[in-house]
Design a protein around this ligand. Structure first.
Ligand code: CUA
Length: 190
Protein backbone atom coordinates (compact mmCIF):
# COMPACT_ATOMS: atom_id res chain seq x y z
CA UNK A 1 0.00 0.00 0.00
CA UNK A 2 1.49 3.26 -1.13
CA UNK A 3 0.72 6.52 0.49
CA UNK A 4 1.58 9.93 -0.71
CA UNK A 5 3.63 11.76 1.81
CA UNK A 6 2.37 15.24 2.29
CA UNK A 7 5.12 17.50 3.56
CA UNK A 8 4.11 19.16 6.77
CA UNK A 9 5.22 22.45 8.11
CA UNK A 10 6.74 20.98 11.22
CA UNK A 11 8.76 17.85 10.36
CA UNK A 12 10.37 17.54 13.85
CA UNK A 13 7.04 16.40 15.36
CA UNK A 14 7.24 13.39 13.07
CA UNK A 15 10.51 12.09 14.52
CA UNK A 16 9.95 13.29 18.06
CA UNK A 17 7.47 10.58 18.98
CA UNK A 18 9.65 7.49 18.24
CA UNK A 19 12.58 9.35 19.74
CA UNK A 20 10.59 9.68 22.96
CA UNK A 21 9.92 5.94 23.11
CA UNK A 22 13.56 5.18 22.37
CA UNK A 23 14.56 7.53 25.18
CA UNK A 24 12.31 5.66 27.61
CA UNK A 25 13.89 2.34 26.56
CA UNK A 26 17.34 3.87 26.91
CA UNK A 27 16.66 5.26 30.40
CA UNK A 28 15.11 1.95 31.52
CA UNK A 29 18.10 0.00 30.21
CA UNK A 30 20.45 2.42 31.96
CA UNK A 31 18.67 2.00 35.29
CA UNK A 32 18.72 -1.77 34.88
CA UNK A 33 22.43 -1.70 34.04
CA UNK A 34 23.17 0.36 37.15
CA UNK A 35 21.02 -1.97 39.23
CA UNK A 36 22.68 -5.11 37.89
CA UNK A 37 26.04 -3.48 38.48
CA UNK A 38 24.93 -2.91 42.07
CA UNK A 39 24.13 -6.60 42.47
CA UNK A 40 27.50 -7.52 41.02
CA UNK A 41 29.12 -5.17 43.52
CA UNK A 42 27.06 -6.69 46.32
CA UNK A 43 28.26 -10.20 45.63
CA UNK A 44 31.84 -9.13 44.99
CA UNK A 45 32.62 -10.36 48.47
CA UNK A 46 32.17 -13.91 47.23
CA UNK A 47 35.13 -13.65 44.93
CA UNK A 48 38.33 -14.24 46.77
CA UNK A 49 38.70 -13.16 50.35
CA UNK A 50 39.93 -15.14 53.31
CA UNK A 51 37.49 -17.77 54.51
CA UNK A 52 35.92 -17.40 57.94
CA UNK A 53 36.82 -20.41 60.09
CA UNK A 54 34.34 -19.67 62.83
CA UNK A 55 35.06 -20.22 66.53
CA UNK A 56 35.40 -23.49 68.43
CA UNK A 57 32.78 -23.76 71.19
CA UNK A 58 32.98 -27.02 73.20
CA UNK A 59 34.37 -28.88 70.21
CA UNK A 60 31.78 -27.50 67.84
CA UNK A 61 32.80 -25.14 65.07
CA UNK A 62 30.40 -22.25 65.34
CA UNK A 63 29.50 -19.73 62.68
CA UNK A 64 27.37 -16.63 63.03
CA UNK A 65 26.05 -15.78 59.62
CA UNK A 66 23.82 -12.87 58.74
CA UNK A 67 21.78 -12.81 55.57
CA UNK A 68 20.39 -9.88 53.64
CA UNK A 69 19.48 -8.96 50.08
CA UNK A 70 21.57 -10.47 48.48
CA UNK A 71 24.49 -11.84 50.35
CA UNK A 72 25.72 -13.67 53.39
CA UNK A 73 28.22 -12.32 55.87
CA UNK A 74 30.64 -14.06 56.03
CA UNK A 75 30.29 -15.22 52.45
CA UNK A 76 33.17 -17.70 52.54
CA UNK A 77 33.49 -20.18 55.40
CA UNK A 78 35.73 -23.16 56.02
CA UNK A 79 35.05 -26.44 57.80
CA UNK A 80 36.75 -29.83 57.98
CA UNK A 81 35.40 -33.32 57.22
CA UNK A 82 34.07 -35.10 60.31
CA UNK A 83 33.60 -31.88 62.24
CA UNK A 84 30.57 -30.86 64.26
CA UNK A 85 29.35 -27.52 62.95
CA UNK A 86 26.84 -25.05 64.34
CA UNK A 87 25.25 -22.35 62.22
CA UNK A 88 23.61 -19.41 63.99
CA UNK A 89 21.94 -17.52 61.20
CA UNK A 90 19.86 -14.33 61.10
CA UNK A 91 18.20 -12.44 58.30
CA UNK A 92 18.52 -8.71 58.76
CA UNK A 93 15.87 -7.76 56.23
CA UNK A 94 13.36 -10.09 54.58
CA UNK A 95 12.74 -13.85 54.30
CA UNK A 96 15.72 -15.81 53.03
CA UNK A 97 16.88 -19.39 52.80
CA UNK A 98 20.12 -21.03 53.82
CA UNK A 99 20.95 -24.20 51.96
CA UNK A 100 24.01 -26.40 51.57
CA UNK A 101 23.18 -29.50 49.54
CA UNK A 102 26.27 -31.47 50.59
CA UNK A 103 25.38 -31.06 54.27
CA UNK A 104 21.66 -31.70 53.74
CA UNK A 105 20.77 -28.22 54.99
CA UNK A 106 17.83 -26.19 53.74
CA UNK A 107 16.65 -23.64 56.29
CA UNK A 108 13.93 -21.04 56.06
CA UNK A 109 14.77 -17.74 57.69
CA UNK A 110 12.22 -15.33 59.07
CA UNK A 111 13.34 -11.70 59.31
CA UNK A 112 15.18 -10.78 62.53
CA UNK A 113 14.81 -14.29 63.92
CA UNK A 114 17.90 -16.16 65.02
CA UNK A 115 18.04 -19.76 63.89
CA UNK A 116 20.46 -22.39 65.18
CA UNK A 117 21.28 -25.53 63.24
CA UNK A 118 23.82 -28.20 64.07
CA UNK A 119 25.21 -30.78 61.74
CA UNK A 120 28.21 -33.05 61.23
CA UNK A 121 30.31 -32.67 58.11
CA UNK A 122 30.50 -36.15 56.52
CA UNK A 123 33.93 -37.66 57.21
CA UNK A 124 34.15 -39.09 53.70
CA UNK A 125 33.18 -35.93 51.82
CA UNK A 126 35.56 -34.92 49.04
CA UNK A 127 37.50 -31.77 49.94
CA UNK A 128 36.30 -28.94 47.79
CA UNK A 129 34.53 -25.63 47.46
CA UNK A 130 30.79 -26.08 47.82
CA UNK A 131 27.97 -23.59 47.60
CA UNK A 132 25.71 -22.21 50.27
CA UNK A 133 22.76 -20.49 48.69
CA UNK A 134 19.45 -18.81 49.29
CA UNK A 135 16.52 -21.15 48.71
CA UNK A 136 13.69 -18.65 49.24
CA UNK A 137 12.86 -16.17 46.48
CA UNK A 138 13.90 -12.74 47.74
CA UNK A 139 13.92 -10.44 44.74
CA UNK A 140 15.92 -9.74 41.61
CA UNK A 141 19.25 -10.66 43.20
CA UNK A 142 18.01 -14.00 44.57
CA UNK A 143 19.87 -16.17 42.01
CA UNK A 144 23.11 -14.45 43.03
CA UNK A 145 22.63 -14.83 46.77
CA UNK A 146 25.32 -17.39 47.33
CA UNK A 147 28.35 -18.07 49.41
CA UNK A 148 31.11 -20.64 49.47
CA UNK A 149 31.79 -23.35 51.99
CA UNK A 150 35.27 -24.76 51.75
CA UNK A 151 35.45 -28.29 53.10
CA UNK A 152 38.89 -29.56 54.04
CA UNK A 153 41.85 -28.49 51.98
CA UNK A 154 41.00 -28.74 48.32
CA UNK A 155 44.05 -29.11 46.13
CA UNK A 156 42.74 -26.51 43.75
CA UNK A 157 41.13 -23.34 44.98
CA UNK A 158 39.87 -20.44 43.00
CA UNK A 159 38.20 -22.29 40.14
CA UNK A 160 35.93 -19.96 38.21
CA UNK A 161 32.42 -20.45 39.43
CA UNK A 162 29.74 -19.54 36.90
CA UNK A 163 27.47 -18.12 39.61
CA UNK A 164 30.17 -15.61 40.47
CA UNK A 165 30.50 -14.54 36.86
CA UNK A 166 26.75 -14.25 36.17
CA UNK A 167 26.22 -10.76 37.68
CA UNK A 168 29.03 -9.40 35.52
CA UNK A 169 27.59 -11.18 32.49
CA UNK A 170 24.22 -9.60 33.31
CA UNK A 171 25.82 -6.16 33.49
CA UNK A 172 27.56 -6.75 30.16
CA UNK A 173 24.23 -7.70 28.55
CA UNK A 174 22.58 -4.60 30.00
CA UNK A 175 25.44 -2.45 28.73
CA UNK A 176 24.87 -4.05 25.31
CA UNK A 177 21.21 -3.05 25.45
CA UNK A 178 22.20 0.51 26.35
CA UNK A 179 24.63 0.72 23.42
CA UNK A 180 22.03 -0.75 21.04
CA UNK A 181 19.46 1.76 22.28
CA UNK A 182 21.87 4.65 21.69
CA UNK A 183 22.44 3.42 18.13
CA UNK A 184 18.69 3.10 17.57
CA UNK A 185 18.03 6.58 18.96
CA UNK A 186 20.69 8.08 16.71
CA UNK A 187 19.35 6.23 13.67
CA UNK A 188 15.81 7.39 14.31
CA UNK A 189 16.98 10.93 14.90
CA UNK A 190 18.46 11.10 11.41
CU1 CUA B 1 17.74 -14.45 49.67
CU2 CUA B 1 16.64 -15.61 47.96
Amino acid sequence: MKKKIIPTKSPPTHSRFPLGIASIILITALIMAIFTGGIAYGVRGLIGGEPDEGVMVDGVREFRISARQWSYEPAVIKVNPGEKVRFIITSTDIKHGFAINELGINLYMEPETELTHETVVPIDIAPGVYTMYCSVFCGIGHPYMKGNIIIGDPATFGDINITQVLPYLGTAIMAGIVVTSIILVRRRAR
